[in-house]
Each structure stands twice: as C-alpha cells, then as structure tokens.
Design a protein around this ligand. Structure first.
Ligand SMILES: [Ca+2]
Length: 537
C-alpha cells in the first residue's frame, strides 16, 4: 500500500511541476505576443523548457501507469543450503547476487514437503487441507474450482502471464495468457521423460516405461519404471539439458514482454537439483568430492515414534546401493551430484536475472526465488523429502522489490502460502477472500519485525498424517492415524537444531505439547483422516 501511496504522491508532484512549467511557458509566450519585441533570452527559455516539460510529462505517465511486473523463479528440491544462507561450501553466485540486492528469508516453510502439494498450496494461497492435494496426481482444481490461482489473479488484472518449465506440478491452463491445452481433471498420467544428456540412458528409460505400461503399471510405479542412474556427469553445454533450455525460454519471454510493454507475471521453474543429479561436467568440477562435508546426524531422532520413510524415491534409481544406510562412498558421490546441480541451476538463474537487468526491467519487476520444499542428503539417515522434519520443511526464499532496501535478512517465520497475498499486496491487487496466508510485505521494509507466531507443515506416512508446527523455538508434530490422535514429537531448536531428540516423551513437556496440539487444530482445521492417503513419491 505504501508503495502505491508513494507512487501516487510522486505522480501528483510531477503533474503539478509539469502544470507550473506549462503555465510559465504560456505566460512567456503571451508576454512575447503582447510586448514585442521581446528579448532573445525569453525565446531561448521557451525552447529549453519545452523539451523538459515534455520529458517530465512522459516520466509522469510512466510512473502513473507503472505496475510492478513479477518474475517468479521456482527451483525443484532446493535446500536453503546456499552461499547466501551461510553455506560457504556452495557455489551459488547468482542467487547470492539476488539476495544481496533483495531480502533473504531465513525461516520460510513449505506447507507440504512434496512437489505437487507444496506448489498447489503456494499457488492457490491455501493450505493442503483446502487444496486436498496430498499426492502427485491430484489436481487442486478438483477441490478449488472457482478460485483464481496466483498467476490467474494477475492475469485477471490485465497482466500477461506465462510459465516456462515446472511451476504447477499439474499445470493450470487457465492461469496463463497463451492458450495451453486444458488439463483433464483427475489423476494425471506419468509422462515419458528424458532427464539425461546421454541418448542411450534416455532410451533405456523409455523402453522400460513402455514395458511397464504394457504390464498395467500406473501412477507412482509407472513413473518410477523409467528410472536410470541417480546421477550423470554430462559432457554437454548448459543449454543441452532441460534447465538450460528453460532459461533460454525465460530470457526470450522477458524480451517479448519488454516489447509488448504490458505488465507481466513470468514464472520460470527449474527441474534441478531434483533427482537424477545430472549436470554439465564443469559444475561437478567446482567441488572436491573428498572435502565435501557430510550430514552429521545419519540416524533417526531418538524417541521419535516412527522411523523416517525409507527414501523410496532415491532407491528406485538403478545405481543406488540397496543397503540402509547408503554406503558412505556413494553418499558422498550423491551429495556431490546435488551440489553440482545447485551450481548448474544457479547459472541458469543468473542468465534470466542478467537479461532482466539488460532490458532494464529489474527497475519495475519484483523477483521471487523459492524452492518447493527442503531435502535430506543423508540427514536422519535418509534421502529425499516427504517428512515433517526441519530439513524437509524449510525452504530458500529470496524476494527483491524495486526501490526497497537491498541486502536485508528476515529471521521471522513465514510460510510459502504467504507469497500469494504478499505479491497481491505489493502489486496493489485486490486480495481474494479464499486466501489463507498473510502478506509479509511489512517484513521487506522492517526485516527485524516479528514474523508469524508459527509455520505449519503436514506430511503423510502410510495411513498416518503428521501435522507439524514450527515456532521460533520449537517444532511440534502430531500424528493422526485413521481418525485418532496417535503420537507426538517435540524438538527444541534452542539446543537441538538438527532435531535429534524427541522431547514429547518427557512428562514435563506434556502441557506444552497439548497447547501446540490445540493451536494446530485451531489453525488448520485438522481433518481426522480415515484411510491411507498416498504412496511416498
Ligand atoms: Ca520438489
């Protein structure tokens, strides 16, 4: 609101100035006509003031008509393990550059640590209990038929909206200006994929996929049938892999948006560092595998009611050793691959940001960079996402608003579903009633102001749903099994940041757990689920 206010105030001042200049010129010309002959100086003044008045008028128009553009950059499975988050071992110069010119959120949390539910929640501005998306194959439009998605809100307000790469897990055609094919409601079919640089590896995957289809496999099992190795050191250029192509499309989209001259919402979604860890060799060469620091806590938390999931997604890749825990040599290789992919994606982010600057659109464009959930690289002895632990729930989030103070850091809690109302507020768009998040635009101006009292995440395990709540100090998780409260977990981040000790088993903390449990019920309308919800993707 404040930005809008200032912009209108500036516009009024400029118009007042223009009016004064016009008045002065008129007066001078008038006196020139009345009291001929007039001095040469007066004529020169007119000629000097006219272009000035013209320029100021144009500037006034551009300010009055300006609306922030949006560039949304989503990165699949990106941990907040970036240089700008204090992880000096990671080479992420472009995301660091964005952070140094914007605001880095240290405590941002997803609402469901799996691609599809997390993205559906963020892009609809509602919690998973409203989207009803708990797996990879449910379209949020089944439950939320009428609401405008985040890009759709902008589209409905006259913005040109488009997406490149992975934004929604199941695309939402009506969110975008170009006419994309409508998705069928209901489960979306797994697609044949080409994640590798090597044609042989891709083709081997297709053959397995076609065979699995003939054998009647569907859903997650069909998706997994085409898997090859979990990594590839690719001897190719950046643009020969999908994310390089996506960056090129994003660059082109910005150029076209510049030519169009209309406000835009452009979303660019990168696939890496999602498995398989495929990156050009030069990004692998940025890291010395032997000196990579491995997870400190390669064991499940003490006293946790359930062991973590068995990282099924990771083990479906053909070269991953079948032993639990993963042998340390392979774990080191996998972490190296993940880091190489982070640096590869970082370079693609840099290409898009460079173009934004080259086109001078950075002066009028809000940039949001966000991951869809965290990721375990051996922490708790597990690999992948799909848990309520901090390492899966916490996401990287960087926001840059033109004219706002650069290089700021927000320690307060925010949730990914707050991105919807925040962007709507910053762009002065009316906020739809369905939105369950709350704008954190005030934190962009006052980074040290308090964030939310708590951030909520949920994640299923078999026939249980875990509802988790993160406060500044604690993480509390309650499990519901077939409609009945089942178990609690409580971790104290003041002395256990890696969540290795479940304190809910201690009698002295029962009251605190009960208080948190009630807060979860009040906040997210816990539905006591009566059946198994999903296979772990
Ligand atoms: Ca993901």
């Amino acid at each position: 609101m404040e930005v809008g206010f200032y912009s209108h105030a500036i516009t009024s001042i400029i118009y007042a100035t223009v009016a004064s200049i016009k008045m002065a010129i008129t007066n001078m010309l008038f006196s020139f006509r009345l009291r001929q002959p007039c001095g040469l100086a007066l004529i020169m003044c007119c000629w000097l003031l006219l272009p000035l008045a013209f320029g100021v008028t144009l500037f006034a128009q551009s300010v009055s008509e300006s609306r922030f553009n949006i560039l949304l950059i989503m990165v699949d499975d990106l941990r907040p393990e970036l240089n700008c988050y204090g992880a000096s071992q990671i080479k992420s110069p472009n995301m660091d550059r964005l952070a140094s010119s914007g605001t880095t959120f240290l405590s941002a949390y997803c609402q469901y640590p799996v691609c599809a539910p997390s993205r559906a929640s963020m892009l609809s501005g509602t919690r998973p209990t409203s989207t009803k998306v708990y797996d990879l194959y449910t379209d949020f439009r089944e439950a939320l038929t009428e609401i405008p998605s985040l890009p759709e809100l902008f589209k409905n307000s006259g913005y040109y909206t488009d997406r490149f790469g992975k934004i929604f897990h199941i695309d939402d055609a009506r969110s975008w200006t170009p006419p994309y094919p409508e998705q069928q409601f209901g489960p979306s079919e797994p697609k044949r994929r080409s994640p590798y640089a090597s044609p042989e590896l891709n083709e081997a995957g297709w053959l397995k996929f076609e065979e699995a289809k003939r054998n009647g496999l569907i859903g997650v099992e069909l998706e997994r049938s085409q898997r090859g190795p979990a990594y590839e050191i690719a001897d190719v250029d950046d643009e020969q892999l999908p994310d390089g192509k996506i960056a090129t499309e994003g660059v082109k989209a910005l150029q076209e948006a510049k030519e169009r001259g209309e406000p835009f919402f452009i979303a660019v979604g990168f696939h890496k560092p999602h498995l398989p860890f495929v990156a050009p060799r030069k990004y692998w060469d940025m890291y010395d595998r032997d000196s990579i620091q491995m997870a400190e806590n390669v064991f499940p938390p003490a006293g946790a009611p359930y062991a973590l999931g068995d990282a099924a997604e990771f083990y479906t890749y053909t070269d991953v050793p079948d032993s639990r825990p993963i042998p340390s040599e392979y774990a080191r290789l996998a972490r190296h691959g993940y880091y190489a992919c982070v640096s590869y994606v970082d370079a693609q982010v840099g290409r898009v940001l460079d173009e934004l600057e080259r086109l001078k659109l950075d002066r009028s464009t809000i940039v949001v960079l966000v991951g869809d959930h965290g990721y375990k690289l051996g922490e708790h002895g597990s690999w992948g996402k799909s848990s309520n632990f901090e390492v899966d729930a916490r996401v990287p989030l960087i926001v840059r608003v033109p004219g706002y103070k650069p290089n700021t850091v927000v320690p307060g809690l925010v949730e990914m579903l707050d991105i919807y109302p925040t962007l709507a507020t910053l762009a002065n768009l009316p906020l739809p009633e369905h939105v369950e998040g709350q704008s954190f635009d005030y934190l962009l101006k006052k980074p040290d102001a308090p964030g939310k009292e708590a951030a909520f995440t949920q994640c299923a395990r078999g026939d249980r749903m875990g509802y988790s709540m993160r406060t500044a100090r604690y993480r509390f998780t309650k499990w519901i099994k077939r409609g009945k409260p089942d178990a609690w977990e409580l971790y104290d981040h003041s002395n256990d940041p890696n969540e290795n000790n479940n304190l809910a088993v201690l009698p002295g903390l029962k009251e605190l757990c009960e208080q948190f449990s009630k807060q979860i019920d009040q906040k997210i309308s816990v539905q006591y689920l009566s059946q198994a919800l999903m296979n772990e993707p």
